[in-house]
Design a protein around this ligand. Structure first.
Ligand code: ADP
Ligand code: MG
Length: 333
């Protein structure tokens, strides 16, 4: 009898300990990649420590501004032998760019600089200069031989549109081999959803209202994966009453001005979610819907300036609009 009670008590203790372990979340915020990242991790895990460090390391490898970085060396020497992470992400970006052609191109960087988005010295370049810049945006001309990447003259690259997605994929790999049962990590607009909440329900992700980014116009409860959002509200300047945003159309070297306000993409692949949030922004809702019919491994939410909210079929039922927003919700097949 005593033995049975002892076993029962031990069993209860284990149960209590394991439920405490997974109900209790460790939270941390830190700065990396020009943004604030926030990790909420349930249960004990070494992954947050390791990944916070990795965020800093990737930041210094992929930064276009840090003179020690792989990307800086490449952009300033025209050719460079790259480390594994920068090389992997360049190769992935080039293959995405080959698929997304006119909409996603990491060689937009000189144009991003010309508009002043890096220096903060914003101005509208003249048409002649824009034509010159557009003529040099062509990732198909970037050569990769072994670990050496070579750029054509007057070309430079920026992996800013996919770096957080790459980090998200690495974070998920780390969580998978750690003890943590679930986590929600916000990598500055790119959100990794890992597992379910301790109560068995899915994590909920707010989608920022472009007019008031501190508020959410709705919530997504979509299960595990990576949710990335690109918005014109994140970085922009105004001149002569017109707004110029940091997402550029690679064919014109000009900021996108097609009525898109924000694009959120959900997929199982962080780099894909991140790249597509930028690319679909350039495409606009109609072309984005057409593109999705060619591949169904992602879903999107696109808000346009006529208060229409386009949601692809896979995500439509997972989205709830906040009260007070009268957007017309359109299901895209
Ligand atoms: P954020 O960096 O604010 O999360 P995005 O993921 O949309 O936003 O990435 C935008 C960044 O990517 C820009 O700051 C610019 O450096 C670069 N960029 C802008 N337009 C494009 C484009 N069409 N294709 C690839 N990269 C782009
Ligand atoms: Mg992006």
């Amino acid at each position: 009898m005593k033995k049975l009670l002892c076993i029962l008590l031990t069993f209860l203790l284990i149960l209590t300990l394991s439920s405490c372990a997974s109900d209790k979340a460790e939270e941390r915020s830190f700065e990396a990649m020009d943004t604030v990242m926030h990790f909420k991790t349930y249960g004990y895990s070494y992954a947050p420590d390791v990944m916070e460090k990795l965020a800093g390391v990737l930041d210094s490898l992929l930064s276009t501004e840090d003179e020690e970085s792989d990307i800086y060396r490449l952009n300033h020497n025209g050719s460079a032998n790259l480390g594994a992470d920068a090389l992997a992400l360049i190769k992935r970006s080039l293959s995405l760019s080959a698929d997304l052609k006119a909409y996603f191109d990491p060689t937009v960087y000189p144009a991003v600089c010309e508009w002043g988005f890096i220096s903060g010295d914003h101005h509208v370049p003249d048409e002649k200069r824009l034509k010159e810049l557009a003529a040099h945006i062509d990732s198909a001309k970037v050569k990769v031989v072994g670990t050496t990447v070579t750029l054509p003259k007057d070309t430079a690259i920026d992996l800013g549109a996919v770096a957080k997605g790459y980090l998200a994929d690495e974070c998920r790999n780390a969580l998978e081999v750690s003890e943590a049962p679930c986590a929600i990590w916000n990598l500055g607009g790119t959100i990794l959803l890992y597992g379910k909440k301790p109560d068995g329900t899915d994590f909920k992700v707010g989608v920022a209202d472009p007019e008031n980014p501190a508020s959410y116009f709705g919530y997504l409860t979509c299960g595990e994966g990576i949710v990335a959002t690109s918005g014109g509200y994140e970085r922009y300047f105004e001149e002569g009453g017109k707004r110029y945003i940091h997402i550029l159309d690679p064919t014109t070297a000009k900021p996108v001005d097609n009525g898109t306000l924000s694009v959120t993409v959900f997929s199982q692949d962080g780099v894909l979610s991140d790249a597509l949030s930028t690319a679909l922004f350039v495409m606009g809702a109609d072309k984005a819907a057409e593109y999705r019919r060619t591949r169904k491994d992602f879903d999107f939410i696109i808000l346009t300036d006529d208060n229409k909210l386009y949601l692809s079929e896979g995500i439509y039922d997972d989205f709830s609009l906040e009260s007070g927003y009268d957007y017309e919700m359109i299901k895209v097949q």
